[in-house]
Structure formats: structure tokens, C-alpha cells
Design a protein. Structure first.
Length: 337
């Protein structure tokens, strides 16, 4: 009888311990989500869908919206959040490889970006996604960033000289780029760079098409401004986790899922681009585009040498560009990336 009771007691203890472990494993993981529009924005909506899918990978996510990307990054770094979603520019401090996807002028189109994201989302590239203790587990297209100018005559690199350009003071790459073309950098946050343009504090700002309506940039474009129809950078939205807090293989499942959402993400971006009135777009000659591209390339090389951009990512993007257009001068340049 004593033996039976002892076995029953041990069985009950084992069941209790298993139940306790189950509860711990089921505890929600906190995810910081940066979206300029907060909980009502497109990125936060995208993460709601992601949250639903993550349940099938054994993880419940608790989403917390942030309108400050800096605060979201700080909370992730300090452990307030187990996961985070923000721009690739901000992700660079955690993973220079994926953070260099947003390098100035490196990805001419959404097709170029998809080719690179497809390559780095494969199992073979998994080790490049991990920089202890962080793992990049998803990359969404964030939209091509265009220059919004208050003077339509600003359509060449030379005409940027002396102009006040809003830049993210957290990104040394932007400081380097603006200084190189002879413009005057005005340090801002994402939250303030558009209001500065609207109130005339800067002559030029940049961003994806969604900011035209969301940040009311049509006000800053009046009466003589416009949007230069040339992509400065392909922005990305990247999801990072603290790897030890998530199940094994979570990262690969997540990367494959987000890659599968790439095309629908581009469709949404193009809908925002179509909302900018045709009269606002400024077309520039091919020769001027060539000039922009060379300035961007030289800037990337300098930033690589300074350790800001990752050389391996720059090389991969150059290979994709040259595969799609082998006639480009950079493909045979002695100082190619």
C-alpha cells in the first residue's frame, strides 16, 4: 500500500511538473512593432497576420505598437521585448548583413530585392541570419524610398548642393551620402523628418509612397515641389528575435513564410504609389539617373570601407544587378563592390 501511494504521489508530481513546463512554454512572447501610424498602420496589420501564423510554430506573440523606432530598438535590446519589427536601417546595428539590404541605391527595383531576399531566406544562408544572440527571421518589402523636394528644379545630383536634406541622425550612412553631394544634412527622427519638410525647415526629405498621405507631404510639396521618380533605396521591414527565447527551427519557418508574402507586400506598396497624383512625379533623364547611380555606388564603397555596410551583402546585390543588366559599367569596374 505504501509503495502504491508513493508511486501515485510521484506520478502526481510528474504530472504537475509537466503541466508547469507546458505553461512556461505557452507564455506569450512580447514583440515590439514599429509603425509610424501605430496600431492602425499597415506594418502593425501585417504583424497581426504574422502573429496568427506563428501560433502554428508553437509561439504566441503579444504585439506592442511603437511610433518611435529608436524606442522599439532600445526595448528589444534591453529585453523588454523578445522580438521586434522595424526597418532594415535600424536592424543594421543587430545584423550588418541584412541591415545592408537598405544600402543607398543598391536595389533598383522590387524584382532585384526579391531575388536577394529569396537567396538569403534559404536554409543555406541561415548562419548569416544569426549574430549572437539575435536572429533575423523575416524580411518584408518596405517600399521604394523617393525624394520629396520643395522645388521641382532639384532633379540632378548637382542641384542637391547646398540644399537642406532631412536625414535620420541614427544612420551614419545618410550623413556620409548627403555630405558627399555637398548638401546640408539636418538630423531628424522618422517621426519628425516629414513635419520638418511640411513646415519648410528642410528642402528635401525621402520616404516610401505611404508617407505622401499618412504624413500629409502634399502640404510640403506646395506650390512648386514634387516627387522624383527614382528609387533612392528599397526599404525593408525586418523581424528579429532573441533566438534563445524561441523554439528550434522557428527562424527558418518564419523566413520562408515572410518570403511567401513578398509579392502581396509589393502589391500593397504599389497601391500607395498609385495614390500620388501623376502631376507630382518628376521624371529625370537617363543620363541623370546614371549620375545618381555612380554617386550611390561610390558612397557604398566608402561606407563598406568604414565598416558601416557589409561587404558580403554589397557583393551579393552587385551580382544580382549585373545578372539582370550585365551591360552596366559597374559590372566591369575595377573597384566593383
Amino acid at each position: 500500500m505504501v509503495l502504491c501511494k508513493s508511486l501515485e504521489l510521484r506520478t502526481l508530481i510528474a504530472i504537475f511538473m509537466m503541466a508547469s513546463v507546458s505553461v512556461v512554454q505557452a507564455a506569450p512572447k512580447k514583440m515590439c512593432v514599429f509603425d509610424l501610424l501605430g496600431a492602425n498602420g499597415p506594418t502593425f496589420s501585417q504583424m497581426k497576420d504574422y502573429k496568427t501564423v506563428a501560433l502554428s510554430w508553437g509561439v504566441e506573440l503579444e504585439l506592442k505598437p511603437y511610433t518611435s523606432e529608436r524606442v522599439a530598438a532600445e526595448d528589444f535590446k534591453s529585453g523588454v521585448c523578445d522580438a521586434v519589427s522595424f526597418t532594415g536601417i535600424r536592424a543594421r546595428q543587430f545584423n550588418a548583413f541584412t541591415g545592408s539590404l537598405d544600402a543607398i541605391g543598391a536595389m533598383p527595383s522590387y524584382q532585384h530585392l526579391k531575388s536577394v531576399v529569396t537567396t538569403i531566406s534559404s536554409k543555406k544562408a541561415a548562419k548569416l541570419m544569426f549574430v549572437n544572440p539575435y536572429e533575423v527571421v523575416g524580411i518584408f518589402p518596405g517600399g521604394a524610398a523617393y525624394m520629396f523636394v520643395n522645388d521641382r528644379t532639384i532633379d540632378t545630383v548637382g542641384e542637391l548642393s547646398g540644399k537642406r536634406i532631412a536625414i535620420l541622425d541614427s544612420d551614419p550612412a545618410q550623413v556620409e551620402m548627403v555630405s558627399f553631394v555637398g548638401a546640408s544634412p539636418v538630423g531628424t527622427s522618422i517621426a519628425s523628418m516629414f513635419s520638418k519638410f511640411n513646415n519648410g525647415s528642410v528642402d528635401v526629405t525621402y520616404g516610401p509612397a505611404i508617407v505622401y498621405e499618412a504624413m500629409e507631404l502634399y502640404k510640403g510639396l506646395e506650390p512648386n515641389g514634387g516627387v522624383i521618380d527614382f528609387s533612392l533605396v528599397q526599404l525593408t521591414i525586418q523581424i528579429l528575435i532573441r533566438q534563445s527565447e524561441f523554439p528550434e527551427q522557428y527562424g527558418q519557418k518564419s523566413r520562408e513564410y515572410t518570403l511567401g508574402q513578398f509579392d502581396s507586400g509589393v502589391e500593397l506598396i504599389k497601391r500607395y504609389e498609385s495614390k500620388i497624383p501623376k502631376k507630382q512625379w518628376i521624371s529625370i533623364p537617363k543620363v541623370d539617373k546614371t549620375g545618381y547611380l555612380e554617386v550611390f555606388r561610390q558612397s557604398r564603397i566608402r561606407l563598406r570601407e568604414k565598416g558601416i555596410y557589409n561587404g558580403k551583402m554589397l557583393k551579393l546585390m552587385r551580382m544580382v544587378r549585373c545578372k539582370k543588366d550585365p551591360q552596366q559599367a559597374e559590372c566591369t569596374a575595377k573597384d566593383k563592390e
